[in-house]
Ligand binder design. Structure first.
Ligand code: GDP
Length: 297
């Protein structure tokens, strides 16, 4: 389970303080030392941890305790507030175009789970928002990706636009938009090409698509299990291309949660969805407050 180690440690830290009528500054400092260690062990970005602890100390030390809360409950509330804030505060939604179709460009490195996530997102949009998505197979360098998307589209009963072999990704995307208009599809989800590493060619291709297609949303798919590497990837994509949000996949296999806690603070971009398994219904909207509560139990 995600945040397992972190949740255990924080809960232990606060348990020790329970029952105290008053917390001294030394108590708070000791507790914050433990929280800091726990966050670092969870692979949270070093700078993020530093700022986070400083904020909590500032709020926790020397403040009047609110009416009904015990001193330790008060500190837990502050930690809960700040964890929520760290992960983006409120839930971030996909921008919907005022005139359909809404164009969503999905980007990411190979293996992050991009193609699967395109299908999962379509499923969510159909089930929860009664949308009529069109999937677009523009990952032409991994031929299996086109077939994979077609198979997933069939399972979901959602159409997949695939072009003649040899068509350039930017042209595929443009043709797909015409198709969407002609067939009244209100969301266009473009599965772009990934690479093993970020390189000039990949970014250029993505920039070309962005310029020609003018997506309403660019969503970056990163693998939570890669921890701080996922954060570095997010930073690069955001600096080079600009992204509107992040989808964190494989959170079901990430016991630490470092990427989930660092992405927003490092990149300034919110996590919008999380992948919680391989199945098509295993994509969830990301709620910072619920995630924080999960950590504090
Ligand atoms: P792409 O190269 O980025 O398009 O990656 P794929 O969509 O082909 O996914 C790579 C692998 O990750 C596949 O085996 C997926 O089933 C798996 N995967 C994707 N998302 C998740 C997730 O949220 N949890 C788990 N456990 N596996 C996932």
């Amino acid at each position: 389970m995600v945040f397992e180690g972190l949740a255990d440690k924080l809960q232990q830290t606060f348990k020790k303080l329970r029952g105290r009528g008053k917390l001294t500054e030394a108590d708070v400092n000791e507790a914050m030392r433990e929280v800091r260690m726990a966050l670092l062990e969870a692979d949270v970005n070093f700078k993020v941890v530093k700022e986070f602890i400083a904020k909590i100390k500032e709020r926790a030390i020397g403040q009047e305790v609110m009416g009904s809360l015990t001193p330790v409950q008060h500190v837990i509330k502050i930690v809960n507030d700040e964890l929520t804030e760290l992960m983006g505060g409120t839930q971030s939604r996909i921008a919907i175009a005022s005139r359909p179709p809404t164009i969503v460009m999905m980007v990411g490195l190979q293996g992050a789970g991009k193609t699967t996530t395109v299908a999962k997102l379509a499923n969510l949009l159909v089930k929860k928002q009664s949308k009529r998505p069109l999937l677009v197979a523009a990952d032409i360098y991994r031929p299996a990706a086109i077939k994979q998307l077609q198979v997933l589209g069939e399972q979901l009963d959602v159409p997949v636009y695939a072009a003649e072999p040899g068509t350039k990704p930017v042209d595929i995307a443009k043709q797909a938009l015409e198709y969407a208009l002609a067939h009244t599809r209100d969301m266009v989800l473009i599965d772009t090409a990934g690479r093993l590493h970020i390189n000039e060619e990949l970014m250029q291709e993505l920039k070309d698509i962005k310029r020609e297609v003018k997506p309403h949303e660019i969503l970056l798919v990163v693998d939570a299990m890669t921890g701080q590497d996922a954060v570095t990837v997010a930073e690069s994509f955001n600096n080079e291309l600009g992204v509107d949000g992040v989808i964190l996949t494989k959170l079901d296999g990430d016991a630490r949660g470092g990427a989930a806690l660092s992405v927003r603070a490092v990149t300034g971009r919110p996590i919008k969805f999380v992948g919680m398994g391989e199945k098509l219904d295993a994509l969830e909207t990301f709620h910072p407050d619920r995630m924080a509560s999960r950590i504090l139990g």
